[in-house]
Design a protein around this ligand. Sequence first.
Ligand SMILES: [Zn+2]
Length: 238
Amino acid sequence: MVKTTNTLYQYGTLALLVPGLFDGTLQLSDLLKHGDTGIGTGDGLDGELIVKDGVAYKVDGNGDIKKLDGDFTVPFADVHFANYQPLVSVKETITPDNLESTILSRKNWSNVFFSIRAHGTFNQVTTRSINKQDKPYPPLVDCARNQHEFHADKVTGTILGYYSPQLFNGAAVGGLHLHFIADDLSIGGHLLNFAMHDGEIDVQKFDQLEQKFPTQSDEFMQHDFSKDDIAGAIGEAE
Ligand SMILES: [Zn+2]
């Protein structure tokens, strides 16, 4: 199989999570045919996923991190085959406030999808994860209000995630959507806050989005999204 590195493969949409369509409808073993790097969530909103060097990890609602087997299923994920280029060696502290401008001041990429991988040492990191939900699934914003936050000082790890053009907010998170995993697996999850003071930021641009829909899911096919406040929920939950 040819591994294309210019394509972002997205399974499901962020929008389908908003009304609570959390059923895992794709096996990890199939997802990983489309990339060795990425982020996502599990069946029932079961944790925050990070795929790094072809290995998928889950950060569960208690903050515990474990490797996932191929039969684990996902309702939503983004993956691609890594082919990063170095952007910058971190000399001034990088935070959520200046990461996007640090990249977009060097790369004219605001209208395309790209991935970010930043490995180094962090003065502080705050992440969150969510416990697996029970059916009937609540809306995404209710789950986000019950998320668990984790914090670490002085940690070495990797930020992994994606930038999506604003016009794709709903399909994805417009702007940055980042996850984190520590080298020693001591902390990880959906990244809320960080201060990176040393390390490297790498980026990878895509000129193609492959959007896969869960057409085998009757629940998805029959859902009326016109009543869901997609942008509002994504703004609050992500
Ligand atoms: Zn996330």
